[in-house]
Design a protein around this ligand. Sequence first.
Ligand code: NAD
Length: 248
Amino acid sequence: SGKLAGRRIVVTGGASGIGAAVVRMAAREGAKVACLDLNLKEAEALTASLSGQGFAVASNVADPASIRAAMDTAATGMGGIDGLVNSAGVVAIEPAAGMEIAIWQRLIDVNLTGTFLACQAAIPHLVQVGQGASIVNLSSAQALAPVAGAAAYAASKGGVQSLSKALAVELAPAIRVNAVCPGLIDTPMNKGLAKDGDSGPPVPLDRYALGRWGKPEEVAACILFLLANDASYLTGTSIAVDGGRTFH
Ligand code: NAD
């Protein structure tokens, strides 16, 4: 039973933060879950707690051969794939004028190219479902309203949004493709930030209508909605899960 009963879902970057919340909550809603991550140890520790509904696969989304092999392993392990969540990602905030090309390249490689490669590797499996397959990509509030220093990150996440729309057109009606744009979420990605104040979030908390950090589970809830048939008439869209930062 559950909203995702019988569904088979791949989560990239599933070992930590938002991805890990998706892994836990999707399993609770009855899905089988393949957790793909660079960090196999963390992925295994997480899936070991899912009473047989999940398993871990080591994978680098930025490496075409690695992500393709991992996706095929996931499909074999679950008997197919009907949902994909692309949560693998990296961040860096640096002034554009002095940004080393290696930083730019890494953010584009992992966030944008990695999302593309995971989608590409999943498509042959997703189309076998016939109808009701769903891809959810992690964009960011930074794609909608970037802060200074976000040139590479915002470009990568804006790319993810446009990629999601392009795939929504190309893969309809068999596969729905949507993006979520999280705001400030309390995950290991943001562990270097103080909760508030000068060394805190790049956008002060009072610019968020709700005035607080979000929890990974609050983003995962939206992702689960987009994965499930509840969202059967949503494709090519993006949902800001940002506590009310970007609408005003
Ligand atoms: P996180 O750092 O907690 O987790 C990211 C996971 O991705 C880690 O387990 C990491 O090992 C994995 N990963 C990194 N590079 C990888 C690669 N090349 N191949 C496979 N796995 C890789 O991050 P999070 O906060 O949960 O963020 C998840 C997604 O949401 C990211 O795409 C991020 O950009 C996006 N996002 C996060 C926030 C936020 O405030 N935390 C806001 C907006 C968007």
